[in-house]
Design a protein around this ligand. Sequence first.
Ligand code: SF4
Length: 456
Amino acid sequence: MPPLGLASISAYLTSRGLANDIIDCYAHPDSDELIIAHLLRERPAFIGFSCTTSSFFDGERLARLAKSTLPGVQVVFGGVHVSAMQEKVLEEYPVIDYVVVGEGEETLRELLATPAGQRDAVASVVLRGADGRPFFTGRRKELLDLDTLPFPDYAKLAGYPQAYTLPIFNYPKAPNASCLSSRGCPYACSYCDRSVFKRSFRYNSADYLYRHLSFLRKTYDIRHVNFYDDQFTFNRQRVADFCRMVMDAPLGMTFNCAARAEHLDFELLILMKSAGCWMISLGIETGDEELLAAHRQNPDLVMMREKIALIKKAGIRVKGLLMMGLPGETEASIKKSQKYVYSLPIDDFNLAKFTPFPGSPVYRQIKEAGTSMGTFHEDWEKMDCMQFQFIPKGMELARMEELFVDFYRAHFQRPRVMWSYVAMLWKSPDSWLRFLRHLPSFIRFTSTNKRIGKGK
Ligand code: SF4
């Protein structure tokens, strides 16, 4: 997944006359050397890091490396993890000078353009006061109209788009890419960290969206886009308008998106299919309605089944997004979930290991509850949804690992599922070529409990 947030910030800063560059440490294992060489060559005034919870310590280590290479460089951290932790980041990590809370474009621009002694006037920043104590300047009131932003600066991502190809069996054509067309989600699921966008929903207009895809097609020959939005269809009208634009003037592209079942109807699905929608990811989370009710609004599994049937009827693939190990999970709820999921006509699913991220409502509940909800080993480096860091009360880690493997293994052994992967030979031939190239690592996966792909 390309760092779309960084690419957007980069384009915005450039448009405001602030020179900048991006080094994607995920895409480049030799990022230490790249960063040192860049610092010595360009001698920037600031270096910024965008980190998740699991990559925070990598960022902090690189920040120390940057300061030892170029003493005086100012270190800024942004992203969901530090937006949740705020002052604690500066209290515990002296190498970090500033935290940008929430979305970064305008906050970072103001921070970079403001003289050192006056940066406490910049909203949405955590910095140290004259007494050395960190404080938060408060969230900014006005947020940018997303249609006024330039397209992300994809050219600054080395190897784009090939270096960022989507996971196999998640696309029909290559080259492909991820893209964002909205920010935020108004829902409040217990496990979801809303620290960056809070509960707002802002979006690009259909016209902007069409121009963005047209740009990707013309500039990079992108044939398929995965919208990484939390709620692509939350504003029905803009999606319908976008689909009609594509139908009137086709771009020769297909797309995937993620949606909540409540925000799909058959008429919209037909429009989406006609505009090239290939797959919709739906957050199912668990097939145990009681457990679901404890963690999200509208836990209606009958409605979920009906909406999935509508998506299939419209001719669009469905991917279910699931989670194992929520507080309240039991062996019985896992079995119930498995039974429900296998009864659905979904084409694929992704099962994540529940992780209580700082900033999510359930994180606070778990911390306050002590061991009464379960045991939580808060090891940030391992909080990547691929390792159980929280064990619900009454469960054992070893048994959860067994149930996790069984959930996947039993899925892959079903004839219908096996056939659907065979059908990918003609639905996504590029996926099969990549699969065969990476067969050894797939065999390793089937003998461990690591899941394929990540997120929506
Ligand atoms: S999990 Fe999905 S629906 Fe729930 S709050 Fe997060 S983005 Fe919204």
